[in-house]
Each structure stands twice: as structure tokens, then as C-alpha cells.
Design a protein. Structure first.
Length: 265
């Protein structure tokens, strides 16, 4: 079966688009950009292709960014307002909902689970970024940091005060990597990067780089943090993980080539 060009139906598009998420119903989430490659500097609009028809996801401004899609067809991301501020959004059943902030001017939704719970981050009145859980009209401030992903058990993975953490029903668990002094949790969740991810069992896959630019992939299984083997090039990145805790990503070889990798348990 050949590729279908899903971007041709919307006349406002320039010459580039991409799709990053698809659910079992065939809903597709991605973006349409006004330049010829999908990079963060390109200003574009998040789009949901529902039954093949593209719907721009906006909050009245001119730009938006997609971030996640669940089995029910709920989509999340961030979109600009007419004022220029950028807010987290939730799209469901044809309605865009502005998820708001924590008193500041910006917020961004980064993930959604099967229950429709949304995580991300938002600015406070003093412009600090805090991790946030939006749960069917209730906004919970998780404290300083960014929430990147949430599983079906409502466990959240992200970063707080330079540490990789899991928020688990009121507890904040430091999973053993610190950004202070020795390196950084890299990359944090955001557009065009592969941030920490968490599966239904509560396993976490993430990547970490030292200040010497040595990057490694890790698995946290709820008890212990394990550095995953690389291919000899001191550069490995975790991209995704399934329910069994198998992880896919990329690693450099000793000669500097980048190869796709599957880590199994």
C-alpha cells in the first residue's frame, strides 16, 4: 500500500507537514508548517486528521504544536492565543479547550492517557515553570518542573529541580539522575525531542547526557535504575517503550555510526 498525502486537503498549507501519532480508530495527529522541513523554528498549526479530513487545532492565534493523542481521539498540545500567549489545549469531540496556566502567560500539554488525564507544564505568576496534571476540569500543581508523560495508572514522569522524577499519586520519587553538577536530563519533553516515557507497569525509559556530551539510555523499573548497553560509541538515546518494558532508540557505534537499537528484558 502506497503513502497517502493527507496534507493536500487543506488549502492554507505551505509545502510541508508531518504526522506523528495514530490511534486504533485511524485518527492521525501532526502538524502543517509553512516551511519545507519540520523543525522547531517553523511556525505552523497542529492538525488532527479525523476520518481523513484535516482539522486545524488552534485557540485563535496563528500557531500551535501537537503533543499527544489517545485511543479515544483526544488530542493535546499547545496553541497561541490572539494575545500571543501560548496555552495548553485539549481537543475532544470537535471542541478545543484552553487548559489555562498557573497564573502566568504560558503552558503546554505534553501527554495524555487513556483516561483523558493530561500532563505538561505551566508558568506561575512569577514565571516559574511547574509540572501540571489536568484531570477533567481539575488542575493540580505538581511543583517546579515539567511533566512529560502519564500512563493508564495515572503515574507521571518528568523533571523537577534538575532530577528525573515520577509523581505517583501524591508521592514524588527521585529515580536517580540529577542535572546538577554532572549532566542534564536530556532531552526534556518537548516538540521534536524524545523525552522520558512511562508504560502501564510504571517502567520509565529516559536518556541522560553528561557535560562531556556522553549520552546514555536508562531503564527505571520502579525499584532500580539500569544503564542500558550501547554499541560502543558512548551515545545512546531511548525513543519509546512498550508494555513489556522493551525499549527502542538509537546508539552510536565505536566508529561513530548511528544505529537503531532494541533493548529487551
Amino acid at each position: 500500500m502506497g503513502p497517502r498525502h493527507v496534507d493536500q486537503a487543506w488549502g492554507l498549507v505551505g509545502n510541508a507537514s508531518y504526522a506523528s501519532w495514530i490511534n486504533d480508530a485511524g485518527d492521525v495527529l501532526g502538524a502543517m508548517h509553512l516551511c519545507n522541513i519540520a523543525v522547531p523554528e517553523c511556525e505552523g498549526s497542529a492538525v488532527l486528521w479525523h476520518h481523513g479530513s484535516p482539522m486545524p487545532l488552534t485557540l485563535g492565534g496563528i500557531t500551535s504544536t501537537p503533543a499527544g493523542l489517545n485511543a479515544a481521539g483526544q488530542a493535546v498540545g499547545a496553541a497561541s492565543l490572539p494575545s500571543g500567549d501560548v496555552h495548553a489545549f485539549l481537543w475532544q469531540d470537535g471542541t478545543m479547550t484552553d487548559l489555562g496556566t498557573l497564573g502566568g502567560h504560558s503552558s503546554s500539554a505534553m501527554g495524555i492517557n487513556a483516561l483523558g488525564q493530561v500532563v505538561g507544564f505551566a508558568a506561575t505568576a512569577d514565571d516559574a515553570l511547574h509540572a501540571v496534571l489536568w484531570d477533567h476540569g481539575t488542575t493540580t500543581d505538581l511543583g517546579e518542573g515539567r511533566a512529560c508523560a502519564i500512563n493508564s495508572a495515572s503515574q507521571v514522569v518528568g523533571e523537577s529541580e534538575g532530577h528525573a522524577v515520577v509523581w505517583d499519586h501524591g508521592m514524588k520519587i527521585d529515580i536517580g539522575l540529577s542535572g546538577y553538577g554532572t549532566g542534564s536530563i536530556n532531552p526534556l519533553c518537548g516538540p521534536f525531542v524524545h523525552g522520558p516515557t512511562i508504560n502501564a507497569a510504571g517502567d520509565v525509559a529516559l536518556s541522560y547526557c553528561t557535560h562531556d556530551a556522553v549520552c546514555s539510555a536508562y531503564l527505571w523499573d520502579g525499584r532500580a535504575l539500569t544503564k542500558l548497553d550501547d554499541l560502543g560509541g558512548d551515545d545512546a538515546t531511548a525513543f519509546g517503550m512498550n508494555a513489556r518494558g522493551w525499549i527502542v532508540g538509537q546508539s552510536a557505534t565505536a566508529s561513530g555510526e548511528l544505529h537503531a537499537v532494541l533493548w529487551t528484558r
